[in-house]
Design a protein around this ligand. Structure first.
Ligand code: HEM
Length: 431
């Protein structure tokens, strides 16, 4: 029997879209637990047209089904990342009508999506990644050198979990090292626009328009930067992803500027903040449990379980949106053509029907079929890279650090989209 539509109460509606909730985390998980039981496909309406209403999906099975049915649940028609109405209007003004500030793999549907994805897919497959393993190991080693040079206490985010995946993905993309600080600032502005420590504005409270302007400014700067890189990679192609993109053709034509920029931006942006968050989360779990650190040091076969569980436990990409292509049903709830849906990965990955004791960090969890990388046609292109980077980094850390513990309160970023720790103060002793 189909359920009638039940809108959530105003306090819940505010909480599930408030960046601060994602910084506080545990009370938000309580809300998802309640919704999963009472209203698993919940109608969320903003007051005063603050945002378009959407279905919030909190059960793992429903999130999985939507992710895998790419014909019924589309990415392109509305924005794929939750935005307030004002932000969408601003994007539409800037782009001449598209709700997507950036056109990229995540905003395309079939058949065009696969044509674009195929251009770089090989690059991110395990076979190809094996060829750059040594290079990644070198970057991990330099990163740990810098951590150890800091003394006995340091912020793991600042010295390790932020710079390391950034450096790896920039090397893969083909961005010179001296340009990385600019890339870091731009991605943090794009993803961390809601957090005053990350958006570089120096302002505590920003309006939607200010945030959107910051994001738009970051996109413009990215575009200017990558226009230069394209010219260079066309003149002198090398063996990197930027050269592949700059010289690619789809249906016999080179990519247009917007699509090409979107491609660089998605690889540059999706490729590091996400992995930073899961890396910091893994370290937090280990720092809270010194015995576990000692156990893994003695038995590295435990490491892949830790990496996988950290990715589930942190769920760095907290949501993506879809739009129903036709009237349909999710979890017994009638969904109308054109409705907007939020796949909430945090909620799905904390569904007790799929994961026993989901808030516990359990490195031995098996199976661990989490949804942190999504599923279906858009499943994360960088998932093998993310796992590989984390494994290599922790092999290096475990080899060179004997003990580690928390040296202060970790803090999470205020962000509804890509989120995770922004500070992780640690005390450690070199091996
Ligand atoms: C722990 C780290 C990461 C997490 C949690 C993560 C998560 C995700 C998620 C949830 C999606 C959307 C999946 C869907 O709609 O079903 C996605 C897509 C994507 N990710 Fe990742 N990601 C991570 C690391 C990376 C890395 C290292 C790269 C490097 C290139 C990357 C590149 C991409 C790209 C290009 C897409 C778009 C794929 C498409 O639409 O076809 N990601 N990722």
């Amino acid at each position: 029997m189909m359920e009638t539509r039940t809108a959530v109460d105003p306090a819940t509606a505010r909480a599930v879209i408030d960046p601060q909730s994602y910084a506080d985390w545990d009370p938000l998980l309580d809300i998802f637990d309640r919704l999963r039981k009472e209203n698993p496909v919940a109608w969320v309406e903003g007051p005063d047209d603050l945002h378009s209403p959407f279905w919030l999906v909190t059960r793992y099975d429903d999130a999985m089904r939507i992710s895998k049915d790419n014909a019924t649940f589309l990415n392109n028609p509305q924005t794929v990342v939750f935005s307030l109405t004002e932000g969408i209007e601003f994007a539409e003004n800037l782009t001449g009508g598209s709700p997507h500030m950036v056109a990229s793999l995540v905003t395309f549907d079939a058949p065009i999506h696969m044509k674009y994805r195929r251009l770089t897919q090989e690059w991110f497959m395990p076979k190809n990644l094996r060829g750059i393993e040594d290079e990644i190991r070198g970057i991990a080693s330099e990163t740990v050198d810098r951590l150890l040079a800091a003394g006995e206490e340091a912020d793991f985010c600042k010295l390790v979990s932020q710079p390391y995946p950034l450096h790896v993905v920039m090397q893969i993309l083909g961005v010179p090292e001296e340009d990385e600080p600019r890339m870091l600032m731009l991605t943090q502005q794009m993803f961390g626009g809601q957090d005053e420590d990350l958006n570089q504005s120096g302002m505590k409270e920003l309006t939607t328009e200010q945030i959107t302007q910051l994001v738009a400014g970051a996109v413009k700067d990215f575009e200017a930067y990558f226009a230069g890189l394209t010219a260079e990679k066309r003149a002198h192609p090398t063996d990197d992803v930027a050269s592949t993109i700059a010289n690619a053709t789809v249906d016999g034509e080179p990519l247009n500027d917007r699509d090409m920029m979107g491609y660089y931006i998605i690889v540059a942006a999706a490729g590091h903040d996400t992995t930073s968050a899961s890396t910091a989360g893994a370290m937090l779990a280990l720092a809270r449990d010194p015995e576990q650190w000692a156990r893994v040091r003695a038995d590295l076969s435990l490491l892949p379980g830790i990496v996988e569980e950290a990715i589930r436990w942190t769920s760095p990409v907290q949501h993506f949106m879809r739009t129903a292509a036709q009237d349909t049903e999710v979890g017994g709830q009638r969904i109308a053509e054109g409705d907007w849906l939020m796949i909430n990965y945090v909620a799905a990955n904390h569904d007790p029907a799929q994961f026993d004791n989901p808030r516990k960090f359990d490195a031995a969890r098996s199976p661990n079929r989490h949804l942190a990388f999504g599923a279906g046609a858009h499943q994360c292109l960088g998932l093998h890279l993310a796992r590989l980077e984390m494994r290599i980094l922790f092999e290096t850390l475990l080899d060179r650090i004997e003990t580690v513990e928390l040296a202060g309160e970790p803090r999470r970023a205020k962000s509804t989209f890509v989120g995770g720790l922004k500070t992780l103060p640690l005390r450690f002793a070199a091996a």
